[in-house]
Design a protein around this ligand. Structure first.
Ligand code: 5GP
Length: 143
């Protein structure tokens, strides 16, 4: 059982932002910036690929609304929606969650260590890319 299950069950308190039958959103207790919100399904799934369509739909429906609330209330100039899957992808809590992380022009009082993203692309081979896209399309269609 993860810490998020305990939060859903009310065994551990949280600063709740939103709740419905399938979704809970609350403030991250170790925020990367002011207004850092976590959006989670109530369903127990460790990573996004294991999440049901019903929970995915429920999260997809409210995520833009929660982003709008974060922008409106914090006045942030931009934000990231981050979703980590697996320890190698920096996932620490193995219950699906989406981070909404406001970005501020002033990196001082509004931001902690912040979110560092190193975006270093690799080369692209169009022949290999075409074959890969075809395999992915088939896998997605068969799922
Ligand atoms: P991950 O690295 O798994 O994507 O992020 C997990 C997030 O959950 C972290 O940002 C961490 O601060 C947050 N978190 C972990 N435990 C708790 C908790 O007990 N309460 C709240 N509100 N957030 C938590």
């Amino acid at each position: 059982m993860t810490i998020f299950r305990k939060i859903i069950d009310g065994e551990i308190p949280c600063h709740r932002v939103y709740e419905d039958e399938r979704v809970l959103a609350f403030l991250d207790v170790n925020p990367l910036s002011r207004g850092h919100v976590l959006v989670i399904p109530k369903e127990e799934a460790a990573t996004l690929d294991a999440l049901s369509d019903a929970s995915s739909e429920a999260i997809g429906r409210v995520l833009p609304r929660l982003c709008r609330a974060v922008v409106r209330v914090t006045g942030c100039r931009a934000y990231n929606v981050l979703q980590n899957n697996g320890a190698d992808a920096h996932q620490a809590v193995f219950h699906v969650h989406f981070h909404i992380i406001p970005r501020y022009a002033d990196q001082g009082s509004e931001t902690g260590g912040g979110l560092g993203i190193a975006w270093r692309s690799m080369g692209f081979d169009h022949g290999a890319g075409a074959a890969l896209a075809e395999r992915l399309a088939t896998a997605a269609a068969e799922d």
